[in-house]
Design a protein around this ligand. Sequence first.
Ligand code: ADP
Length: 519
Amino acid sequence: MPNTPLHILEHTFGYHSFRGQQGDVVDHLCAGGDALVLMPTGGGKSLCYQIPALVRTGCGVVVSPLIALMQDQVEALQELGIPAAFLNSTLDANAAREVERAFVAGELKLLYVAPERLTTIRFQSLLRQAHLALFAIDEAHCVSQWGHDFRPEYLALSVLADDFPQVPRIALTATADHATREEMITRLRLQGAQQYISSFDRPNLRYSIVEKKTARDQLLSFIRREHERDSGIVYCLSRKKVEDTTAWLRSKEIRALPYHAGLDADIRAKNQQIFLREEGVVMVATIAFGMGINKPDVRFVAHLDMPKSIENYYQETGRAGRDGLPANAWLAYGLNDVMLLAQMIEQSGSSDEQKRIERQKLDAMLGLVEGTACRRQTLLAYFGETTTACGNCDNCLHPPKLVEMSAAAQKALSCVYRTGNRFGVGQLVDVLRGKTTPKVKEHLHDKITTFGIGKDVDEASWRAIFRQLLVRGALQLSPDGHGGLQLTDAARPYLKGETPLYLRERTEKFNYHDKDSDF
Ligand code: ADP
């Protein structure tokens, strides 16, 4: 039987042709080269190493961080008649020994292992006894601190380059920004690897990002307007909000189900099954939901809270429209989201370096939501791709009008300064608008020069101004984690009137109270 990639693609996997760069990657690996593959989720990364493992002699060793995905992959391969197995903590000692024996005896073509196991002395000795076709490092961005899912175990994978220089290595990921890519290459010693970078564009997705007013009403009208009886996912930041939103949607006769890590495993599994099998179910979930979910006809992904980075946003919205048919990515954001995410970073207990990275990512996400340029262009630019405006996102379809707010920005910044660089947005807006609340009186803020100088600007616009100044780095959160704002050096050109500040013009005026923006 011929053992060519194309023959295996057709006869073992039942596909007629390679997709995108799959064929090139496969040929390169079969010939013994190393590769770095950046391909969006659903792009078909698995075949890039599965076929070379079948073409080459020996067993392909696949490093994978997710036990559930490992199991699914191995089951799928076994059903195709491919001798595959996994080694992870779910196996008892006897079962693990049997897999190890089969591996060394050359009975396996693919072996999936968790990264922490691969670098144990025991497994290293097995690797030396076995005949190896290749190493595949899946979810390779886990080696990067800049990536959204850093796993220290991945760092040890650099030994593969030294210990098995003759075995080809392929690293794969769907996370592709430039910083992550550079870190992967260095840390996995892939300097000599051929890079295969697919476009991350998802042309069938329409991106729309709206400002929160009463978020759940906005969500409901979005679903009723565009997605009556469609399958969709609604992401929320907290478990409580998942529960509340599910109940609210159900009270409005939308078939919603909850999914979060606090639910019993069997309820989670049941809800997931219903979502996968039936049509028209809206899954309201925390980000615990979605990894490895491959439902092609999800027509929308809605975010009721802003994701903490563009990578997260891209991954989560990417679960819509896998079938290539039009789908919506809808996000409602508010200043509270930004504050909450910023506080989560400050209180995370991460290193200063890590916090700095997280803040930069949050800034980039804010730049996207507040931006006036094409959403797709902004999104793809983050992944290093240059494109023309898409003509299909909210900003392209309804270009926002701009209003100059430079004078207001000066007032906002001097108010931060006059109140001592420590108050949050609520207090600052009260002072600017001249409200004599108990807290204003307590701090004698009705006696300072900025009291009441901003009555002409409504509260919502003040909040947008503070948000923009935060995005642009003229303001930062004070390190105590209480949400107070401070001036930075970057505030100077705004204060002097050298740098203008433009905002999107609002079509509707609304009063943006903290309590209304969340429920
Ligand atoms: P990724 O790991 O990049 O998210 P997968 O490897 O899981 O993607 O592939 C996604 C889906 O696309 C799978 O259902 C897979 O069977 C299918 N697929 C992959 N390559 C091809 C191909 N050449 N032709 C048809 N379907 C493919």
